[in-house]
Design a protein around this ligand. Structure first.
Ligand code: 4AD
Ligand code: MG
Length: 476
């Protein structure tokens, strides 16, 4: 018999028909009730087996074991579910030694512990919910851009250029580590390397996306990006996924509108399609908050926070306004900030969070950053000091989006590249877009894991990507 997904059985609530289900045992009570989960949804289905079934079989039904069940769907007499399965036959597919199995679901394991057994953590309710939501968000990303006629462009993962000019890249090389070929001056001879030049993992697909936008008008990338920054925080990964739309003829205001529409769309999509998972995660977050001292607790529940984002326009302010708000803030006056505030600083996460969580209490888009703290490709404003950059800051996370209108004027761009020691000659291909039919254009990058964090309420970014890569950690 063909397998039916547990989600479909629970949703349809139909009874009286025969089904086959397959999944993993979550619990087994009274030698009679098996809770089976197949990952299709949060809920387990209760399987009722005849008292007095085969002893050996009963013994083997333990948490974590995989089973196949044939039986009839019947109305449930028990609490907590409308239907259950009266088993005709239970087949043990894979036993699971209860003495060895690290997931004892009864005593809620900590998130830290689950990170150490990330290869098994999908089987918990929390991670089941997180990764179903992550999937839905990824799907919603594609749907949003597809419905608007954007072309999904696969930009390269191995690259010879540093898109952000920040030098935080992982080298890709097949050169031997011993007796590495060297030039006369002692430097590594990359001509001998696989690509005949020095290459790295990409930090962003933006530069190539810009090339696409100059032909298709509207493109987006959605792929893994890599940063060798030594940031051991709850918001940084060395390998993360980024969505980067790039749109010809858009200016910075169009860019902000697109980003707002995009964020609202994917949140609404998850609320519509993963309600049960999100309600579970909201409860989990509430329980977690209760463990914290009163002063550190967030005063808003997860679903309300998401709905707030759906129903309110983001605040739009300039960097200069932001600095003034910080300088006027009680937190600054009482010397509560660890890092100093003055015009020109690269705002720290404590500053960004003050703006969104304390001052505006909603997402904020900051524009017009000082050019010296931003990348070379951002369009220079007429004041000579700032660029048409935009960062979107959200409660609990800080920076979710970084983007800008791009410098489309060849002379201004090359001048800025020279000032910032970006090798303009090697990037002739990028500059060619400004030589052959340049147009105003804009785009942004949204960190996918930060979005998943925001939507699921998970406080650590390591808990929203299946197998996190962080400094000194590449297990699994
Ligand atoms: O602000 P960033 O560095 O912008 C860019 O890379 C541009 N090329 C984007 C563009 O205009 N097309 O990164 C964009 C976003 C950040 O706002 C943040 O959400 C996320 O990527 N991000 C990270 N997420 C997890 N771990 C890290 N180490 C991240 N670094 C950036
Ligand atoms: Mg940024």
């Amino acid at each position: 018999m063909k397998r039916t997904k547990i989600k479909d059985i629970l949703q349809s609530e139909q009874t009286g028909h025969k089904v086959n289900i397959k999944g993993w045992v979550r619990s087994f009570r009274n030698n009679q009730f098996i809770a089976v989960n197949d990952g299709s949804c949060m809920g387990n289905i209760q399987v009722v087996i005849e008292l007095g079934a085969d002893e050996a079989l009963l013994k083997s039904i333990t948490t974590g074991a995989s089973v196949s069940v044939d039986g009839t769907v019947i109305p449930s007499l028990g609490k907590g579910q409308k239907v259950e399965i009266k088993a005709d036959n239970v087949t043990m597919l894979g036993a699971c030694d209860p003495e060895q199995f690290p997931l004892q679901l009864k005593n809620r394991p900590s998130l830290e512990y689950l990170r150490e057994i990330a290869h098994l953590r999908f089987r918990t309710n929390t991670f089941g919910a997180v990764f179903r939501v992550r999937h839905t968000l990824a799907y919603a990303v594609h749907k949003f851009y597809n419905d608007r006629g954007f072309v999904y462009l696969h930009t390269p993962i191995i690259t010879a250029s540093d898109a952000e000019g920040a030098g935080e890249m992982f080298r890709v090389s097949t050169l031997p580590t011993e007796d590495t070929p060297r030039n006369e001056d002692g430097s590594v001879n990359y001509k001998e390397d696989f690509f005949g030049r020095c290459t790295n993992l990409t930090v962003s697909g933006q530069l190539e996306a810009e090339l696409g936008a100059m032909a298709f008008g509207e493109v987006y990338t959605f792929g893994p990006t890599f940063r060798a920054e030594n940031s051991n925080t709850a918001r940084h990964l060395a390998e993360f996924w980024m969505i980067e739309p790039e749109v010809a003829f858009n200016d910075i205001n169009d860019n902000m509108d697109l980003a707002e529409d995009f964020i609202r769309y994917v949140i609404a999509y998850a609320l519509e399609h993963n309600r049960e998972d999100l309600e579970f995660l909201a409860q989990r977050l509430m329980d977690e908050e209760k463990q914290k001292p009163q002063a550190e607790r967030s005063d808003m529940a997860l679903i309300e926070k998401l709905e707030l984002v759906l129903n309110n326009k983001f605040e739009r302010i300039t960097y200069t306004d932001a600095i003034n708000i910080l300088l006027e803030s009680p937190a600054y006056k009482k010397k509560k900030f660890k890092y100093d505030v003055s015009w020109g600083i690269d705002m720290q996460s404590e500053h960004e969070r003050y703006l969104v969580e304390k001052h505006f209490k909603k997402p904020v888009i900051v524009t017009g950053y000082p050019k010296d703290i931003k990348a070379f490709y951002m369009r220079q404003n007429d004041d000579g000091k700032t660029v048409a950059a935009m960062d979107i800051l959200v409660p609990g996370i800080g920076e979710l989006v970084g983007g800008s209108q791009r410098e489309e004027r060849l002379d201004k761009l090359t001048q800025r590249m020279n000032e910032m020691h970006i090798p303009a000659d090697e990037m002739y291909w990028y500059l060619d877009t400004r030589r052959y039919g340049t147009v105003p254009h804009a785009g942004f990058g949204l960190g996918f894991e930060r979005l998943v964090q925001f939507v699921t309420g998970m406080t650590n970014i390591r808990d929203v990507i299946p197998f996190p890569r962080t400094p000194k950690n590449a297990e699994f």
